[in-house]
Design a protein around this ligand. Structure first.
Ligand SMILES: [Zn+2]
Ligand SMILES: [Zn+2]
Ligand SMILES: [Zn+2]
Length: 165
């Protein structure tokens, strides 16, 4: 048993839940990603590995993995949520391209310190924070410049807005 399997079954035991074969498969699937993933990508990966879980089963299991602190939602974009596992992963924040879906990870000590300062100012004890910036990556800006410049990006932005992004 890997450390994460041990921890997860410990968590389930506390909640009087069982490590069902489905949960086990999803857990291994989650930890086979070293970066970000969404439910569709997880579903596809499991399917390629010959597992026959439905999307619905995966969707139903996701809250359990969030509650147990194994994964967290990074950002909602293009109508779907991206996740990453927290376990064995150092803190970082994200830039997310709303055109191609690329996710860039960053950590900036100054931003981290500023957030601590804000918390202190309000006598607030921080437990976690999630900083995500949505926008356009270098590549997409370059492509938009070739094919219509800022106008191209505005069109994209308006379309995405209507799709709740
Ligand atoms: Zn941060
Ligand atoms: Zn992009
Ligand atoms: Zn990340």
């Amino acid at each position: 048993m890997t450390i994460y399997e041990e921890r997860f079954s410990g968590y389930l035991k506390e909640k009087k839940l069982k490590l069902t074969p489905e949960r086990h498969i999803i857990l291994d699937g989650i930890f086979s990603f070293h970066r970000h993933f969404d439910v569709e990508e997880l579903y596809e990966r499991l399917r390629k590995n010959g597992e026959k879980l439905s999307r619905a089963t995966i969707y139903r299991a996701i809250p359990l993995f969030i509650e147990s602190g194994f994964i967290k939602e990074i950002l909602h974009c293009r109508g779907k949520a991206s996740y990453e596992h927290v376990f064995g992963h150092e803190h970082h924040d994200h830039l997310l391209c709303i055109k191609c879906g690329r996710i860039i990870e960053f950590k900036d000590d100054k931003i981290e310190e500023l957030q601590d300062k804000v918390c202190k100012r309000y006598g607030f004890k921080p437990v976690e924070h999630r900083l995500g910036i949505r926008g356009y990556c270098k590549r997409c800006i370059a492509i938009a410049k070739i094919g219509g410049g800022i106008y191209g990006l505005n069109t994209i932005r308006n379309r995405r807005k209507s799709r709740n992004c």
